[in-house]
Design a protein around this ligand. Structure first.
Ligand code: SF4
Length: 375
């Protein structure tokens, strides 16, 4: 794959093309943007979900595989005792509902090891998702989205995640399961493998989205991205999106937003409490990251704790951080369409029953205020 430009169908967009807002250009009013039928329809589709208020929960401090560069096993959260009392989790979910939380992300270390707790959470809080390695099947009665982490071919997984035949086992467990989205995490080392892995997932009718390896604090190993790998990843993402538009849940703008030299915080300002001192609105007010003992600490709360913020390009972070920046994107049709595509993608990945529409902005644009330049 070439890494000298971004492919968009037959078009190759030069990397130095400027698509960010020029202050001398026309300023669009929101009502003018919504006068366009397509944008208006998509806006009405996505805004029905603005009621979602998330928090995240570590379900278990154990995992059945051990991956290099796992942020869960960085920092002190891994040493927290497990609360495995289903009634304690039920009480927590009810309390969370009371304070306005409408969506739960059940994660670290491996949630599939505590299915009885997942059941209770789902009974009390029907909207949510589970981040799993996919080795163990989660009962169908747990009606959350299930994000299955894929880090490359079976050979790579055997080396980096110390798990044999991982993709095969993941497909066996989740092919045809409408809850499942396979999340291919691009590292510096596995870009060339993406094509064959996605081919195999699509052949098994699996839905796919993309993530970026984001280094835990202090990690400088071989998975950490550099400028060449960011550029190659962007090309790979867009090529695979074009090849498999019905199976790859992604957008050209998502590819740009997650492969810039700057991380998400520098591009959009992260709104999670760990990077946001304000407690007035949004995530800064409502977000909590619970440990396995059901305690939480605002000072370290974000959806991927112990990730190195300048290197954070994580799909979970972007889902909240980019989505929250409506006003910055409602400046012209290109940026607004790109933002709508991003939100439409995020909802298709995270919400059961939500169907992704066709991307409205096929040509990549830069994050507002930036140039579309080499990562
Ligand atoms: S790791 Fe990412 S999501 Fe977490 S506080 Fe840092 S920038 Fe935000």
């Amino acid at each position: 794959m070439s890494n000298t430009g971004q492919t968009t169908g037959a078009t190759v967009v030069p990397l130095d093309r400027t698509a960010s807002h020029d202050p001398n250009e026309r300023r669009w009013k929101f009502s003018e943007l919504l006068a366009d039928e397509q944008m208006h329809a998509r806006w009405e589709k996505v805004r029905k979900f603005f009621f979602l208020r998330e928090s995240t929960y570590d379900m278990s401090n154990r995992c059945n595989i051990r991956c290099e560069g796992c942020y869960y096993f960085e920092g002190d959260k891994q040493f927290t005792r497990e609360n495995r009392d289903p009634e304690a989790w039920r009480a927590l979910m009810r309390a969370e509902r009371e304070r306005g939380i409408t969506y739960v992300v059940l994660a670290g270390a491996e949630p599939a090891l505590v299915p009885e707790l997942l059941e209770v959470c789902h009974q009390e809080m029907p909207l949510g998702s589970i981040a799993s390695n996919g080795v163990r099947h989660i009962p169908a009665s747990v009606g959350y989205k299930i994000h299955i982490s894929v880090w490359g071919s079976d050979e790579t997984s055997a080396r980096v995640r110390r798990a044999k035949r991982l993709l095969e086992r993941q497909i066996d467990n989740y092919a045809g399961d409408e809850r499942a989205v396979f999340v291919y995490t691009y590292t510096r080392e596995n870009i060339a493998e993406a094509e064959a892995v996605i081919d195999r997932l699509v052949a098994n009718d699996c839905k796919v989205t993309f993530n970026m390896f984001s280094s835990p604090v202090g990690y400088s190993g071989p998975l950490r991205h550099d400028s060449a790998s960011l550029s190659a990843t962007r090309c790979s993402m867009i090529e695979l999106l074009e090849r498999y538009p019905d199976h790859v849940l992604f957008s050209p703008y998502s590819a740009v937003a997650h492969t810039c030299a700057k991380g998400l915080h520098d591009l959009y300002r992260c709104s999670y409490p760990r990077m946001n001192p304000s407690t007035h609105i949004g995530l800064g007010r409502s977000f909590r990251q619970y440990r396995t003992d059901l305690n939480w600490d605002r000072a370290v709360a974000c959806c991927v704790p112990d990730t190195d913020c300048p290197d954070c390009r994580h799909y979970a972070s972007g889902s909240a951080v980019v989505t929250a920046r409506l006003q910055r994107h409602a400046i012209d049709p290109d940026h607004f369409r790109a933002w709508l595509d991003y939100v439409d993608t995020y909802l298709a990945v995270w919400v059961m029953g939500y169907r992704k529409g066709e991307n409205l902005q096929p040509v990549p644009v830069a994050p507002p205020g930036f140039m579309l330049s080499p990562p």
